[in-house]
Design a protein around this ligand. Structure first.
Ligand code: IPM
Ligand code: MG
Length: 358
């Protein structure tokens, strides 16, 4: 039976970068190396334009009936004035919540060819390979109550709730321990247990679970210190696990260590490893449609899909290696451009990777 892949380019550069990854899928299909069916559906601003809401019913139905989702990016200035429930971001958040994609894996790997693109000194980032495991369906992103209300004096107050159940902490920490077992066997749990009760519980549950993983060395770090340590000496980390919002922030920092946010893929998995795969960068409306965006984060997200949801490790390895060879050849999109390299556009970069795979 064919594998079903839902393709959701979204908005802005999402459209161009997803197109390059889809070409690779077509290539694997037409060369009989992957039995796959692809269906495209609008999400984010495109969902609003097509059906009046950021996650149209048909898009959600397609997501549910697919084996994996390839997602681009969402958002654009033309949607900023919409009511909060209609904004593009809501489409992404609703997909994560509806499909219970609680485990967000964000690897930050520095390709040696890009050591000079990092804003940190090469010796600080050379060989960098961190996995950030971000909780994705709980915490302050989804906690109730939330809102903006007006009190008796007429002053407005905005509020959100940072809440985690033990079961939510339990499952995300187990994902992180399992990943640590397959890597360097070191796990750093990031929290704010010196101030927040919810972090106190987080730390307690993670610590309790450590007894099931005696081979993993567990440490704890407050989030402010973790942010500092990430730019001071990032190679001290192997796997990091943290709440939704801390993970959002720390993963952008980690991305920049690798030279460009345009290089980092992600996987968002449910309890059965069904997943949504997306570059961690946004829709970059300022450069959309100009053929200058970096498609590599999306292409590497496709590799993660093949690895984590479709059990196609060999094809995933091929993509990773092809990206390495293209960088070896000195091809660079604008975001990672360096002296002595050749600057290429989105399509040329995608085609170069495809050529390596052929
Ligand atoms: C991310 C993004 C999203 C998030 C936005 C677009 C809602 O920043 O995936 O990191 O905050 O989770
Ligand atoms: Mg983010």
């Amino acid at each position: 039976m064919s594998l079903k892949i839902a393709v959701m380019p979204g908005d802005g550069i999402g459209i161009e970068i997803v197109a390059e990854a889809v070409k690779i899928l077509h290539h694997f299909k037409s060369s009989d190396r992957l039995d796959v069916e692809m269906s495209e559906a609008p999400v984010g601003g495109a969902g609003y334009d097509a059906a009046g809401k950021p996650l149209p019913d048909e898009t959600l139905a397609l997501a549910r009936s697919s084996d994996a989702i390839l997602f681009g990016a969402i958002g654009g200035p033309q949607y900023d004035g919409l009511a909060r429930e209609l904004r593009p971001e809501r489409g992404l958040l609703a997909l994560r919540a509806e499909l219970e994609l609680f485990a967000n894996l964000r690897p930050a790997i520095l390709y040696p060819q890009l050591a000079d693109a990092s804003s940190l000194k090469p010796e600080v980032v050379a060989g960098l390979d961190i996995m950030i495991v971000r909780e994705l369906t709980g915490g302050i992103y989804f906690g109730e109550p939330r809102g903006i209300e007006t009190d008796a004096s007429g002053e407005r107050r905005g509020f959100n709730t940072l809440v985690y159940k033990e079961s939510e902490i339990d499952r995300i920490s187990r994902v992180a321990f399992d990943i640590a077992m397959k890597r360097g066997k070191r796990l750093c749990s990031v929290d704010k247990a010196n101030v927040l009760e919810v972090s106190e519980l987080w730390r307690e549950v993670v610590t309790k679970n450590a007894s099931d993983y005696p081979d993993v060395e567990l440490s704890h770090m407050y989030v402010d210190n973790a942010a500092m340590q990430l730019v001071k000496w990032p190679k001290q980390f192997d796997v990091m696990v943290t709440k939704n919002m801390f993970g959002d922030i720390l993963s952008d920092t980690a991305a920049m260590l690798t030279g460009s946010i345009g290089m980092l893929p992600s996987a968002s998995l449910d309890a059965n490893s069904k997943g949504m795969y997306e570059p961690i960068h946004g829709s970059a409306p300022d450069i959309a449609g100009q053929d200058i965006a970096n498609p590599l984060a999306t292409i590497l997200s496709l590799a993660m899909m093949l690895r984590y949801s479709l059990e196609q490790t060999a094809l995933a390895d091929e993509i990773d290696a092809a990206v390495g060879r293209v960088l070896d050849k000195g091809l660079r999109t604008a975001d990672i451009m360096a002296d002595g390299c050749k600057q290429v556009g989105t399509m040329e970069m995608g085609e170069a990777v495809l050529a390596e795979l052929k």
